[in-house]
Design a protein around this ligand. Sequence first.
Ligand code: ADE
Length: 421
Amino acid sequence: MTVEHDVRDLGLATGGRYRIEWAERDMPVLRQIRERFAKERPLEGVRMAACLHVTTETANLMRTLQAGGADVVLTASNPLSTQDDVAAALVVHYEIPVFAIKGEDNATYYDHIRRALDHRPQITMDDGADLVSELHKNRTELLDGVIGGTEETTTGVIRLRAMAADGALKFPVIAVNDSMTKHLFDNRYGTGQSTIDGIIRATNVLLAGRTVVVAGYGWCSRGIAMRAHGMGANVIVTEVDPLKALEAVMDGYRVMPMIEAAPIGDIFVTSTGDINVIDVHHFEVMKDGAIVANSGHFNVEINIPGLRQLAVDEPRRIRPFVEQYRLADGRVINLLADGRLVNLAAAEGHPASVMDMSFANQALGSEYMLIEGKNLENKVYTIPQSIDQEIARLKLESMGIRIDTLTPEQVRYLNQWQEGT
Ligand code: ADE
């Protein structure tokens, strides 16, 4: 009997399975965890609901949780990021219930979240906090049964910290994003590469010689700026935080307000976590043919309703994931992927080898939550440093890279204070 699901087409399952196996080869840390989980079964019988981007990498995380004994269901964390073949493969080949269809409307997106919550999760796993938010807003009868949750991304962690500060959070959550082995790698190298990948797949533009404007200089934006520069683009960074702006300057980028960057840029990418970072007054001064994309979690960073109002007719879908808005003076603005995460909508998200560490944190974070959840307050926690370090150690080992260890003399030196010049 087929497990519960709402996916595009179960006939896509074989191709999805091949791609899941392809990704698995680049996820050695997660594979080791899966092997241990299969022996020790630390999540035996635990009901879990995961609200994550439905990708080949996520599929390998689901397999890991399942190997640990969890009874897990998966729903999409974004209406445009689902890989339909992967969703089908999880249902057909791995017997994991999935509710996710690429391009689903908002009503279906929330209906899918509700179906995942019908599973009465004891542990929640989020990317953006939509599952936790829906649970706290509309399914409060389930709260007592929840031990705790994990959260993948910067935006979700910010939302959860706001809930905790308001006293609204009703169970503890592990902020996977706070692990060094997550944000230093996934946010920087993952978002850096996959965002450029999404822009290129959607448009096939040459980056060399173009002016790329990157909004924000957090870990994700740093990666985007670094990779755009590496492809020969002239990079401009916009920021509101003086420290980050200063770092961008000293990393060699031009820094200026968006209103000054708007008439100069050829390609714009937002990754700030805030709303209307590119607004109507910016569109008004952009070049004809400007390309505008977002890599932040929600589709609020570009003022799309404002762009729609500015346009003189219906946007034209000129290529998959590219919509052209024509303005009164004849200029055209190209919006990618409806302002949703361009790296997941127009490309495949971060490569497996970086998701390996993020999802090792998710797997070990849920094991930790199961053991420690009862002793934690209803707050947002960081994974213990020892787990973070162990993930880094395993990743290096899988890459065949050895490092030095402190000699006893060096340990003694670091622990004393008498010796100076
Ligand atoms: N977030 C960014 N890239 C991802 C991927 N490949 N899988 C799941 N979540 C992601």
